[in-house]
Design a protein around this ligand. Structure first.
Ligand SMILES: [Zn+2]
Length: 175
């Protein structure tokens, strides 16, 4: 949205030489802070970066050396320290606390209810189905644990998870 950059070099340096720190600028490319796999490069005529792998768009604040992802439900920002990204801002702690609270309740409560009911109304000891409550409790617990696990990696946007999601998306050809 500002000045065109005719002097933008055609080749992007992708890695800093060891020990050398590189300022965040639209003329360089940097490892993507979201997927840690692709490279983010400056978008022509815009004060923004885009990743060539996960396609996330970032607005940049060059004086503060920070970028913020703009096309994600998670308002996350990173600060460039010359060689790597550090998380500068992850949404208020409230949401994180809520995710953990709901997550723990989701894992513990259903399994506890199933376990409790199997003890209040136990199967007959010599019944063929005596094993069933135990297996059912285990299934309930595992399933909810998987569900909450997914919720957590989605919340934290773990690099490995984001990369995996993009591979799966690529597998089905909907890039
Ligand atoms: Zn990326």
């Amino acid at each position: 949205m500002t000045k065109p950059t005719p002097d933008r070099p055609t080749t992007h340096r992708t890695k800093s030489r060891s020990g050398e720190s590189v300022r965040l600028s639209y003329q360089e490319s940097f490892i993507c802070p979201v997927c840690r796999h692709g490279q983010i490069t400056g978008l022509t005529l815009m004060d923004a970066f885009a990743c060539n792998f996960c396609r996330h768009i970032f607005t940049a604040n060059l004086p503060e050396q920070t970028v913020q992802v703009v096309d994600s439900s998670q308002p996350m920002a990173w600060r460039w320290n010359g060689q790597n990204w550090t998380v500068a801002y992850r949404d208020e702690l409230n949401l994180t606390a809520l995710v953990w609270m709901v997550g723990s309740a989701l894992v513990v409560l259903p399994a506890a209810i199933v376990w409790l009911s199997s003890h209040v109304f136990p199967p007959l000891p010599d019944s063929n189905w005596a094993w069933f409550p135990t297996v059912w409790v285990a299934c309930t617990f595992t399933f909810h644990l998987l569900l909450v696990g997914w919720l957590l990696v989605e919340h934290y946007q773990l690099p490995l998870y984001v990369t995996g999601k993009i591979w799966i998306r690529g597998l089905f050809g909907q890039r």
